[in-house]
Structure formats: structure tokens, C-alpha cells
Ligand binder design. Structure first.
Ligand SMILES: C[S@@+](CC[C@H](N)C(=O)[O-])C[C@H]1O[C@@H](n2cnc3c(N)ncnc32)[C@H](O)[C@@H]1O
Length: 285
């Protein structure tokens, strides 16, 4: 049985049935307040009988057959993201802050009168995304012209990311590279930061486990250029503890923190619970 929530821009299908009804669920927050009638994010079944089999490269392939698809209209196209109903990886769902982030950028690019033009000057910008999941933020920004881009995630999520990249490839000016990155893996970080670090680090909805926050900040620090590196962050409070540790610690690496005013977000994608932050090494010139 499918429960269908239809908003003006996004449609999520929530698969419910005897297989998942009684199972434990990931402790996801309730959907963002539906200011514009949009309901997002299904409960995540916490199940171990995954619909997976080993792929050729040692990675696991996921079945997406009955998965809900999330649509993101951006840059004159509609990107679509397939989620995996049966996975217990959080990265195989689309999280709302990624959509808020992309639509904010689209709005800024359309209206040069808005601030942040320095961050969003995409031609020539070398960028990396942390915790790409199904790819909504990175692929959305790619559609908007961020063409020198590496999308990253843990190995278990890369098949979902790869599948969504293939699905949306016709709408992208250039295919972003995919790379495995575990935030606490120095070898992954060193490989990515070679031959040089990135001008822009993108991340959406990545602050939710307190223990991984120091690794996340260290990864941002290791990957962003030491002088002019900027972090573009889609953010929602997922855990008060992780939230506290993140904002206590991140100024050591990125002392200049700007929260995008709500009036600068896309009004149709300005969920009450999601924010966009810009973290800098130095004050804006
Ligand atoms: C809540 S999901 C957000 C996914 C995507 N950015 C979105 O907004 O739809 C968090 C992402 O961070 C990734 N992640 C969590 N901990 C990580 C770690 N220690 N190293 C690398 N990626 C991690 C997860 O695999 C997942 O894809």
C-alpha cells in the first residue's frame, strides 16, 4: 500500500506494508513543517534483510524497484532521485536541506542583486560534496553550472549515488566525479586533496551523529583551501548534541559564519527547519 503526499513541487511516496509496518524505524524527525503543503522524508526501515547483492566492484548494488522518486525542478530541467526503500543507510533517502540549498543557489544565480555572488561564481570553481547520498545537492548544483565537482560518500551509498548520477546525466553539463570518502579516513582525504584543495565544499544534512562531527569538521578543514576555501552547508538540527558540538567546533576551522537570511531562500523551498550557511576562512572582501 502506498501513501502518497503531494506538494506543489515534490512528491514523495511512502511505502508501507506488513514488511515494514512493525519494524523499528530510524529516528528521523517529522517532516518539515509543510509551509507550502510539502511533506518530505519517509520513515526509514531499520532492517537487515537488505535487497542487496554484491556488485562487480565489490560494492553492493541496491534494488530500487519500488522506491519512491523525488523530483527537483532546477535550471529548467527536472532532476529525479530514486531512493532505496529497503536500505538502512540514511544516504539512500533524499533529505530536505539539500533541496533548500539547491533552490537557494538557483535563486541567487537568477538575481545577482542578492549577496553571496563570490561563493556562487561557479566557472573555474573546484568543488567537492561530503555525504552526497542520492546526490540531490551535488547534482542540482552541477545542473546550475558547478561542473568541476566530486561527489563523495561511504562505499555502501555509492551505488545509489552512481545510479542517480546516470539517471540525471542527460541534464548535466558535465558528469561530476564520484569518490569514496569516509570522513575519518586520512588516505581518502589525502587522495581527494591532491593535487590541490577545493575552493568550495558542499554538504547538506550531514550533522546528525555527535561522534562523527569532529571527523566531518576535520574533513571540511582538510579539503577546503586554507585561504579562500568556503563551505556551503544545507542544515537542519537532527540531534541537539551533534548540533552543539558542530557549532562549538567549526569556528576553529571556519571562523566566519553566515546564516543565509530566510528572505534570500527560495520561498517555495524555505522549509522552517532547514537553513543554509556559508562558512569561510576569512571575512568576505
Ligand atoms: C542524512 S544523509 C544526507 C544525504 C544527502 N546529502 C541529502 O541531503 O539527501 C547524510 C549523508 O552523510 C553520509 N555520512 C555519514 N557519516 C559519514 C562519514 N563518517 N563519512 C562519510 N559520509 C558520511 C551518509 O552516508 C549520508 O549519505
Amino acid at each position: 500500500m502506498f501513501h502518497e503526499f503531494v506538494g506543489p513541487h515534490i512528491q514523495f511516496k511512502l511505502k508501507r506494508g506488513p514488511r515494514t509496518e512493525d519494524s523499528l524505524h530510524w529516528k528521523l524527525p517529522p517532516p518539515p513543517a509543510a509551509r507550502h503543503g510539502v511533506v518530505a522524508v519517509r520513515p526509514k526501515p531499520f532492517r537487515f534483510d537488505l535487497a542487496r547483492r554484491a556488485g562487480g566492484g565489490g560494492e553492493e548494488e541496491m534494488r530500487f524497484t519500488a522506491s519512491p522518486v523525488v523530483e527537483l525542478p532546477v535550471g529548467g530541467a527536472v532532476l529525479t532521485f530514486e531512493q532505496d526503500n529497503d536500505s538502512f543507510e540514511v544516504g539512500t533517502s533524499v533529505w530536505p536541506s539539500s533541496l533548500v540549498l539547491v533552490k537557494f543557489v538557483e535563486r541567487c544565480l537568477r538575481d545577482p542583486g542578492l549577496p553571496f555572488a563570490d561563493v556562487l561564481r561557479f566557472p573555474g570553481t573546484r568543488a567537492v560534496e561530503l555525504g552526497s547520498g542520492c546526490g540531490p545537492a551535488g547534482l542540482g548544483l552541477s545542473r546550475l553550472g558547478l561542473t568541476d565537482l566530486v561527489l563523495t560518500d561511504i562505499a555502501a551509498v555509492l551505488p545509489a549515488l552512481r545510479r542517480n548520477l546516470r539517471r540525471n546525466r542527460p541534464h548535466l553539463p558535465r558528469a561530476p566525479r564520484l569518490a569514496q570518502l569516509h570522513w575519518n579516513c586520512p588516505a581518502h582525504l589525502a587522495t581527494l586533496a591532491t593535487p590541490r584543495r577545493f575552493d568550495l565544499v558542499v554538504a547538506a544534512d550531514v550533522v546528525y551523529v555527535q561522534e562523527s562531527v569532529p571527523h566531518l569538521i576535520a574533513a571540511m578543514d582538510a579539503l577546503a583551501d586554507a585561504e579562500r576555501g568556503v563551505v556551503l552547508l544545507g542544515y537542519q538540527i537532527r540531534s541537539p548534541e551533534a548540533h552543539q558540538v558542530f557549532w562549538d567546533s567549526v569556528p576553529a576551522a571556519f571562523p566566519v559564519i553566515e546564516k543565509v537570511a530566510r528572505e534570500h531562500l527560495d520561498p517555495d523551498y524555505a522549509y522552517e527547519e532547514s537553513d543554509v550557511y556559508i562558512l569561510r576562512r576569512r571575512p568576505r572582501q
